[in-house]
Design a protein around this ligand. Structure first.
Ligand SMILES: [Zn+2]
Length: 88
């Protein structure tokens, strides 16, 4: 799944986008433990940890501890949205 940070809304199904927007307040502070790596916790039922690898605005890979086997989980989308908002 190819993703870039500059226009997430155009790349995500609209229902997912609005669901992820609702989760935005549940996303904890975004940290950059290494260059090009974003980490954030999100508390939805349980606390999940999202890791995203970025190169400039391009999303190289992502993972989430929730274990959802979809191509991308809603927690990752919510963190991407928060990241996009913080970069604006
Ligand atoms: Zn998840």
């Amino acid at each position: 799944m190819e993703l870039s940070l500059d226009n997430i809304q155009a790349q995500i199904h609209p229902s997912w986008y609005s669901a992820a927007e609702e989760l935005l307040p549940l996303v904890g502070p975004i940290v950059w433990p290494y260059e090009g790596t974003v980490q954030a916790d999100i508390l939805v039922d349980e606390e999940w940890e999202v890791l995203i690898q970025l190169e400039n605005d391009k999303v190289l890979s992502f993972s989430c501890t929730c274990g959802d086997e979809s191509p991308i989980c809603i927690h990752v989308v919510a963190v991407l949205l928060k990241l996009q908002l913080e970069q604006e």
